[in-house]
Design a protein around this ligand. Structure first.
Ligand SMILES: Cc1cc2nc3c(=O)[nH]c(=O)nc-3n(C[C@H](O)[C@H](O)[C@H](O)COP(=O)(O)O)c2cc1C
Length: 177
């Protein structure tokens, strides 16, 4: 059975998960930008980081490739919000369904992982976006903040690493079936 792991990563968290998954399952991993000739693949695993609710590189990828009926597609998101909190998971899934369409959402096996951030490493554009978001959230009354908003406020301008390779276990089981 042919399998490939693609990653969409700006600062390395998704790439690290992809490399660990690749080593654990013995499946080749490459950036989504290098993907080609996927028609022979039975399982395509896409690990992508969340940027304003979207998965990094996924729209570009889906413009280049159509997932065939015989192919299983795994979508693994990596973000700062804790996916073990139900409120975050529900919000994230609603956003993914809206952004990539109901059919794509329903045919994908979806998982969520937690990533990392180091504000010192952010590009000027990303830092500016986060600062604007932080400032607008800071003005909201505390009881109107979601857990995702709180996570952003708590980690603002810091270096935090929530990467947890143990969280790959259920994904590894599913991929190997
Ligand atoms: C501009 C910007 C927007 C982000 N948007 C989200 C988001 O919508 N949801 C989330 O959980 N994390 C969000 N994050 C956090 C990233 O998903 C997290 O840092 C991730 O680990 C980055 O992955 P990478 O190192 O592979 O690029 C955002 C980070 C930045 C800089």
């Amino acid at each position: 059975m042919e399998k490939i792991i693609l990653y969409g990563s700006k600062y390395g968290s998704s790439r690290k998960y992809a490399e660990m998954l690749s080593a654990s399952c013995n499946i080749k991993t490459i950036s989504y930008e290098q993907a080609s000739h996927l028609e022979n693949m039975d399982k395509i695993i896409y690990i992508g980081s969340l940027y304003a609710g979207g998965v990094f590189g996924l729209s570009k990828f889906l413009r280049r490739f159509t997932i065939k009926d015989h192919q299983q597609f795994f979508l693994i998101t990596v973000g700062l919000a804790d996916p073990n909190i139900e409120e975050n998971r529900i919000h994230l899934r609603q956003t993914l369904r809206k952004q990539y369409g109901h059919d794509f959402f329903e045919r994908s096996n979806i998982f969520h992982l937690r990533g990392s951030i180091d504000y010192q490493q952010l590009s000027f554009k990303d830092k500016t976006l986060m600062t604007l978001l932080y400032k607008s959230l800071s003005k909201k009354p505390a009881d109107r903040l979601s857990t995702e908003d709180r996570a952003l406020i708590e980690t603002y301008d810091k270096k935090v690493d929530f990467i947890d390779y143990d969280a790959l276990r259920p994904i590894i089981r599913e991929i190997q079936i």
